[in-house]
Design a protein around this ligand. Structure first.
Ligand SMILES: NC(=O)c1ccc[n+]([C@@H]2O[C@H](COP(=O)([O-])OP(=O)(O)OC[C@H]3O[C@@H](n4cnc5c(N)ncnc54)[C@H](OP(=O)(O)O)[C@@H]3O)[C@@H](O)[C@H]2O)c1
Length: 270
C-alpha cells in the first residue's frame, strides 16, 4: 500500500511517500480501506518525538490516528462490521507505527463505528479523535449534566468545537474562549457566550457570567490558560485538561476535582 511515513523523528520534511506491506487483520480486527484521514495536533507531536516516552514507536512510522473508509477484510471471529460497511474510527494502538496516512489500517473491530447515513467520508474522518476526547472529558470525567455551566477553552478548535456542540446538546449553558473572528462560528455551534481571549482577560468575563463559578472547565490550551482557570470553577466543580496534568494540590485547596484525560478508542461511544 501507499502511505506517508517517517523514518526518524523531526520536522515536516521527514514526511515522505512510501510503499509498505498491506496490513492483514488478526483475530477480532478489521481492515479499513481508508477514504479520508484527518490531521490532528498529536500527529506533529508524534513526528517530533514528543510522545516517545508514552508508547513504543517503530519505524517506518505512518502518522495519523483518524480514519473514515470501508471495511474490506475482517479477522477471525468478527461478525460486525461486515466487509463493505462504511466506518470511522480513532485508530490509536498500543504501539505507534501503522497510522492512517495510508491506504489501509487495521484496528480492533470494537474501535470502529458505522458512519451515519448522509455523512460523507471527509466529515466523518474529522470526528473520531476530537469527538471522543470531548465526550470523555465532559461526560466520563466531568459528569456534565443539563442546567450546568461549562467553560470550554478554544471553542474554535477541533476538540473545543465538538465540546461546545455536545455540551449544548446535553442541556448545559456554554461559554467559550475564541478570537473574535471565530465568534460567529462558535455561537453557531451552540455556545451561549463567546469570550475573546486576545482582547480581554477571560477570568473577568467568566466571573461576570457566573459569579459563583462554573460547574466545569474544559481546558484544551494548557499553560497560562489552565493556570488561570482553577478559580473559575465553583467549589465541588470539575477542571479537566486534555493538554497537561493539572496541579492536584491547588485543586484540593480550592475544593475542586481536577484531572487530565487522554482519549481512548471506543467504537460504542463513537
Ligand atoms: N488528551 C487528549 O486525549 C487530547 C485529544 C485531542 C487533542 N489534544 C490536545 O488538545 C489541544 C487542542 O487540540 P485541537 O485538536 O482542538 O487543536 P486545534 O484544532 O488545532 O485548535 C486549536 C485552537 O486553539 C485556539 N487557541 C489557541 N490559543 C488559545 C488560547 N490562549 N485561548 C483559547 N483558545 C486558543 C485556536 O482558536 P482561535 O483561532 O480562536 O484562536 C485554535 O482554534 C492540542 O494540544 C492537542 O494535542 C489532547
Amino acid at each position: 500500500m501507499r502511505a506517508i511515513a517517517i523514518d526518524d523523528f523531526g520536522g515536516p520534511e521527514r514526511l515522505h511517500e512510501a510503499e509498505l506491506p498491506d496490513p492483514e487483520p488478526g483475530p477480532g480486527e478489521v481492515r479499513i480501506r481508508i477514504a479520508c484521514a484527518s490531521v490532528n495536533p498529536v500527529d506533529w507531536k508524534i513526528r517530533e518525538g514528543w510522545l516517545k516516552g508514552l508508547f513504543p514507536h517503530r519505524f517506518p512510522l505512518v502518522l495519523g490516528w483518524d480514519a473514515a473508509g470501508t471495511v474490506d477484510r475482517v479477522g477471525e471471529g468478527v461478525e460486525r462490521p461486515a466487509p463493505g460497511t462504511r466506518v470511522f474510527a480513532y485508530c490509536r494502538k498500543p504501539e505507534v507505527q501503522w497510522g492512517t496516512y495510508a491506504e489501509h489500517v487495521v484496528v480492533p473491530a470494537d474501535h470502529v463505528a458505522e458512519i451515519p447515513e448522509g455523512l460523507g467520508f471527509p466529515a466523518a474522518a474529522a470526528i473520531p479523535l476530537t469527538a471522543l476526547t470531548a465526550w470523555q472529558a465532559l461526560f466520563d470525567f466531568a459528569d456534565l449534566g443539563p442546567g450546568q455551566r461549562v467553560l470550554v477553552h478554544a471553542g474554535a478548535g477541533g476538540v473545543g468545537g465538538m465540546a461546545v456542540q455536545l455540551a449544548r446538546h446535553a442541556g448545559a449553558s456554554v461559554c467559550t474562549t475564541a478570537r473574535r473572528a471565530n465568534h460567529d462560528y462558535v455561537l453557531g455551534l451552540g455556545a451561549d457566550h463567546a469570550i475573546d481571549y486576545t482582547e480581554t482577560d477571560f477570568r473577568e468575563a467568566v466571573r461576570e457570567l457566573a459569579p459563583e463559578g462554573v460547574d466545569v472547565v474544559l481546558d484544551a490550551v494548557g499553560g497560562e490558560t489552565l493556570a488561570r482557570s482553577y478559580e473559575l470553577v465553583r467549589r465541588g466543580g470539575t477542571l479537566v485538561s486534555i493538554v497537561e496534568e493539572p496541579d492536584a494540590g491547588r485543586a484540593e485547596r480550592l475544593g475542586i476535582r481536577a484531572g487530565f484525560v487522554f482519549v481512548r478508542p471506543d467504537g460504542g461511544q463513537l
